[in-house]
Ligand binder design. Structure first.
Ligand SMILES: *Cc1c(COP(=O)(O)O)cnc(C)c1O
Length: 482
């Protein structure tokens, strides 16, 4: 047996490279990353997925090792051939960015592999995550006893918010079908998903009508709640959007929070896309009232430019969040001797137990740059949207949707003759085929509509001017061909 153990040890040791091997591996990875970043500025914003379908054995797992060079070569060929989310011309959906300092932080987080769920395991790590939660709670205006968690993204953050709201209202399964949730047709689908996962599939949804700015009509919300109460139903949750994914509209948070307080409903604000705009002055104004909500979510991987996997949920009353998520286990009894029962630890605020040290990828960029460049970048994106809104109207044939609340602009081309929907579909396709920029489309009021989402870290005025030029060029070409 001892011989077998020795054999196994020798085999297993290849998982833990020595210092020379580490240097070799690290250098290759850094060279690869630098090459990617050097290629990025001119990289196409869009490449049709069918052009290069990754499908071959070199992605499969086998018993035999390959060297890093070959593995990176495969990665370059099969995965990293298109800029898409990282490029300046990516203006579709909600663009993602990825900060260099976050990548370095992820490296460190994986090397040191701190567990930051409880103070016992990493007091400093817990403090870092707390400071980040406090920083976000401060810029949304939440009180000192608010709590929050760094999640993998907005969907899980919404789930935590919904579950906390459900438990705060002490909803019982037997009554679910009499309980009512209020949202709009523009509410992100992850709310519907969260309701179902939280066991609330049977509760009644009311989709409150939108005004001309695609925002929830507060008056209609109040009417709906009143009617439902009169009918003996139990209204308990309002989901407001602070930046809808479709148009970037911010629901009237002051009016909605007034209604939530009068009728004692939980107000959850889905600000996955929009909440970080509270860091800049014009954004702060638009988001006024957000501090009066009961829970808020935001995505660091959207308007804080972090790599994917960075969400946050904040709950005004931290104890309520804890009540829904705390736990105990005999094998964890040692923790209790170090973690004071009066304090709330990250692991008590989430469905997760073991999770990565997510805070580091937000903490390091904030430390290295300070907050000012983030504020500047957000105000820049917001003003770029207003600039585009003014400019695109000047191009003959183009009309716009509502004035942008944040950094998404909706617009379309209205041809003199023929089907406008068909025209815009063609326009969208021809922009994608061109590849220099990448827009996406939606349907508003039954109309095929183009949308420009300005959120990329590398998207500046030159890109917006290029968009205007491409729109002009493509619209003329389609007019001529039709
Ligand atoms: C992106 C988004 C979500 C979902 O967040 P993920 O991080 O993708 O899970 C939820 N709500 C809104 C408004 C969003 O824009």
């Amino acid at each position: 047996m001892q011989e077998r153990i020795k054999q196994l040890e020798n085999k297993a040791r290849s998982l833990d490279p020595d210092v020379e091997t580490r240097a070799l591996l690290r250098d290759q990875v850094i060279r690869y990353a630098d090459k990617f970043l050097a290629w990025l500025p001119g990289a196409p914003a869009y490449i049709a997925p069918t052009d290069n379908v990754p499908d071959s054995d070199d992605l499969s797992i086998s018993e035999d090792p390959v060297d890093l060079m070959s593995a990176l070569e495969v990665l370059g060929k099969k995965v990293d051939y298109s800029g898409v989310t990282m490029s300046s011309g990516h203006l579709a959906f909600i663009p993602g960015s990825g900060l260099y300092a976050s990548a370095l932080a992820d490296y460190l987080a994986a090397i040191t592999n701190r567990y930051v769920g409880v103070r016992f395991a990493s007091p400093g790590g817990v403090d870092i995550e707390r400071k980040l939660i406090r920083w976000m709670a401060d810029f949304v205006g939440y009180p000192a006893d608010a709590a929050g968690d760094l999640t993998s993204g907005g969907s899980i953050a919404n789930l935590v918010g919904v579950v906390t709201a459900r438990d705060c209202h002490d909803l019982r399964a037997a009554n679910f079908s009499r309980t009512v949730v209020y949202m709009t047709g523009q509410t992100h689908h992850s709310i519907e998903k969260a309701l179902r996962i939280a066991g609330l599939k049977e509760c009644i949804r009311r989709y409150i009508p939108l005004d001309d700015y695609c925002r929830m009509q507060a008056g209609a919300l109040e009417d709906a709640i009143r009617n439902d109460r009169k009918s003996g139903l139990y209204p308990w949750l309002i989901v407001a959007s602070a930046g809808t994914t479709d148009t970037g509209a911010v629901d009237p948070l002051i009016a909605i929070s007034d209604i939530a307080r009068v009728y004692r409903l939980w107000l959850h604000v889905d600000g996955a896309y929009g909440v970080p705009f509270a860091l800049c002055e014009p954004g702060k104004k638009i988001l006024e009232g957000i501090e009066r909500s009961d829970s808020i979510i935001l995505d660091g991987h959207k308007a804080l430019f972090l790599p994917f996997g960075s969400g946050t949920v904040l709950v005004r009353n931290g104890q309520q969040m804890k009540k829904s998520h705390d736990y105990g286990a005999s094998y964890l009894q040692d923790i209790g001797t170090f973690d004071s029962p009066d304090e709330i630890y990250p692991a008590e605020l989430t469905p997760e137990l073991s999770r990565p040290f997510r805070g580091l990828r937000l903490w390091l960029p904030l430390k290295l740059a300070g907050v000012a460049p983030f504020r500047a970048a957000l105000e820049e994106k917001l003003l770029l949207a207003r600039y585009f809104y003014e400019q695109v109207k000047q191009i003959p044939g183009f009309t716009t949707g509502p004035y942008p609340d944040l950094s998404i602009v909706t617009f379309r081309y209205v041809p003199d003759y023929g089907d406008a929907n068909e025209f815009n579909r063609k326009l969208n396709t021809s922009i994608q085929q061109d590849g220099r920029i990448f827009l996406s489309s939606t349907v508003l009021d039954g109309k095929f509509t183009l949308r420009l989402a300005i959120l990329g870290l590398r998207t500046h005025k030159d890109t917006i001017d290029l968009v205007l030029e491409i729109l002009k060029e493509k619209a003329i070409a389609i007019e001529k061909s039709g």
